[in-house]
Design a protein around this ligand. Structure first.
Ligand code: HEC
Ligand code: HEC
Length: 300
């Protein structure tokens, strides 16, 4: 009996030891993966010049891609995670003020962060939705950089990101592809021309990518169900409610939040207040694209 107990003790002790070693190893691997981005193909662009480009950049930053929603109203930065699962994660100050990256960032740095999800210090960016922004055309990215360079500097200094246990394992190993976006990007394929601006499905598809509609309405736009993750947005293909809508209904819904059946969309969950500043052409293009999709049943 005593002997058996002794053996059980040895086996249990070894198991705990192995688990501890495995935990430490995963911690080290995860931390290293998050802090050292792999070498990826990049395609730097030079900041655009001129008022038209700056105005385009302003519209893309503030309305289409809503950088302020995460980086703060004055792009001064904003703490995203404050110690949850061992992670301190600020969305950095993007201005040229004290503590901002704008003062030192090169055009190539902007491209790498926005389209490839890699920070100036070569860390793999977490939460920053570069998987959507990788669709940005060269001209539009150049306009964004031009606008960000004109942005009034704000002094706002955050300590650098810190990822400790168990965040290293959860974000760096187990959930790496959800926490970061780098593997969801076809790095060699970024760049190219902006689709011709017009009320076409092609231009609408571009807008839907850079406006991140898929984040809340699912990649196939047939809706998200359930409580987990982002606010569950309904099916936007003709298989959902929009199958019975007209283009005018769609524009009214995005401009005023009111759907044809009289509901008011929750502006906290569906950012129509910001999207209402999209141009008619942009909204008509998005509508044309949504209508061009197959009528999918709601995702389950
Ligand atoms: C959903 C939230 C979200 C949105 C929207 C967003 N960002 Fe970010 N961004 C973040 C977070 C969080 C980080 C920090 C990631 C990290 O440190 O792991 C970040 C990091 C960055 C960095 C890297 C800075 C550095 O330290 O090297 C740049 C540049 C950046 N964002 C620019 C933008 C621009 C430009 C837009 C709009 C086109 C934008 N972001 C939209 C959340 C967001
Ligand atoms: C941050 C999450 C989020 C993003 C991003 C988002 N939506 Fe939504 N959307 C929602 C949610 C949640 C609802 C449901 C709101 C409600 O019923 O009050 C919704 C509802 C809608 C509706 C009404 C659908 C219906 O059946 O009543 C339309 C249309 C819509 N979204 C279009 C878009 C388009 C187009 C984009 C991109 C330009 C987009 N959404 C981006 C979360 C989002």
């Amino acid at each position: 009996m005593k002997r058996a107990l002794k053996w059980i003790g040895i086996v249990l002790g070894s198991l705990i030891g192995i688990l501890l070693i495995a935990g430490v190893a995963l911690h080290v691997v995860g931390r290293s993966r998050l802090n050292n981005a792999p070498e990826v193909a990049t395609k730097p662009v030079a900041a655009a010049v001129g008022e038209t480009a700056v105005a385009r950049g302003e519209h893309l930053v503030n309305v289409i891609s809503q950088c302020r929603g995460c980086h703060g109203d004055h792009l001064e930065g904003n703490v995203f995670l404050d110690g949850e699962i061992g992670i301190y994660l600020p969305a950095p100050n993007l201005t040229a003020g004290k503590g901002g990256i704008g003062a030192t960032y090169t055009d190539a740095d902007w491209e790498r962060a926005i389209r490839h999800g890699i920070g100036g210090d070569n860390r793999v960016l977490a939460i920053m939705p570069s998987n959507y922004f990788s669709h940005y055309s060269d001209a539009d990215l150049a306009a964004i950089i031009a606008y960000l360079k004109t942005f009034p500097p704000v002094d706002s200094d955050f300590p650098p990101r810190q990822v400790g246990f168990p965040g290293t394992v959860l974000g760096g190993v187990v959930g790496f592809d959800e926490f970061t976006k780098i593997n969801g990007i076809d790095h060699a394929a970024v760049g190219g021309a902006t689709p011709p601006e017009g009320a076409t499905a092609e231009y609408g598809a571009y807008m839907v990518s850079i406006a991140m509609c898929g984040e809340c309405h699912a990649a196939n736009l047939a809706g998200i169900v359930g409580e987990d993750g982002p606010p569950p947005g309904p099916n936007l293909t003709p298989g959902g409610d929009l199958g019975d809508w007209t283009e005018a209904d769609f524009l009214t819904a995005i401009r005023t939040g009111q759907t044809p059946d009289g509901r008011i969309l929750d502006s906290e969950m569906m950012p129509w207040g910001t999207f209402s500043q999209m141009s008619d052409t942009e909204l008509q293009a998005i509508w044309a694209y949504l209508q061009s999709l197959p009528a999918l049943p709601d995702n389950s």
